[in-house]
Design a protein around this ligand. Structure first.
Ligand code: GLN
Length: 194
């Protein structure tokens, strides 16, 4: 099958590599443009989106990432990764840039102010077999969603999972639960695109 990369600059890289392997995918950690060129899909992990943004620029991989996404490479972002795939962030830190690609505005740390971390069952469109356990850690929510993107899941009246073409994003962290259905969905998107 196709090789799926995990952007390995900061965040829970190992957990995504394990979840992808659990879903039957071949994987590669990606830090440099050469590694990005070797994958057919990419996961952007949870972590700290400001750090991921700055490291991506420092490693010279931010522009190549934007180009691959523009060219249709499937990408999946969880939490900080969701922020990286948003066309627009509310209240970004200064110098914080995204890869973009999904026609949505996300609010960073949106759930985090009242409640740093929580879990909730979330029904995700296109994922069979019942709700997934949503692990929310200083999670963003989707403040508004454009006409080209589709919400796949809501929690507390907010969209927390979005798909637009080959791009997928969740505000929560399926890589921390041992449930590989979201990674299997993404691996299927990569297979379909390859
Ligand atoms: N709050 C983090 C950010 O803004 C995201 C947290 C996470 O990925 N668990 O990047």
């Amino acid at each position: 099958g196709p090789v799926i990369g995990v952007l390995a600059l900061q965040g829970d890289v190992r957990e995504h590599l394990a979840a992808l392997a659990g879903a039957g995918a071949r994987t590669l950690p990606v830090r440099r443009p050469e590694e990005l060129a070797a994958v057919e899909g990419l996961v952007i992990p949870g972590g700290e989106s400001t750090a991921i943004s700055k490291l991506a620029a420092a490693f010279g991989v931010l522009e190549p990432l934007r180009e691959r996404v523009r060219d249709g490479m499937p990408a999946y972002g969880s939490c900080a990764g969701m922020i990286m795939l948003a066309d627009k962030i509310l209240e970004p830190r200064s110098g914080q840039e995204t890869i973009g690609g999904i026609d949505m505005i996300v609010r960073r740390n949106a759930f985090g102010r009242q409640n740093e971390s929580f879990e909730a069952a979330v029904e995700v469109a296109g994922v069979e077999g019942g709700p997934v356990e949503g692990v929310f850690i200083r999670a963003p929510w989707v403040e508004s969603i454009g006409a080209r993107a589709r919400s796949l899941a809501e929690y507390g009246g907010r969209s927390v999972a979005v798909r637009q073409g080959n791009l997928l994003a969740t505000a929560f962290h399926p890589e921390l639960t041992g449930d590989h259905r979201i990674h299997a969905l993404f691996a299927e998107m990569v297979r379909a695109a390859a």
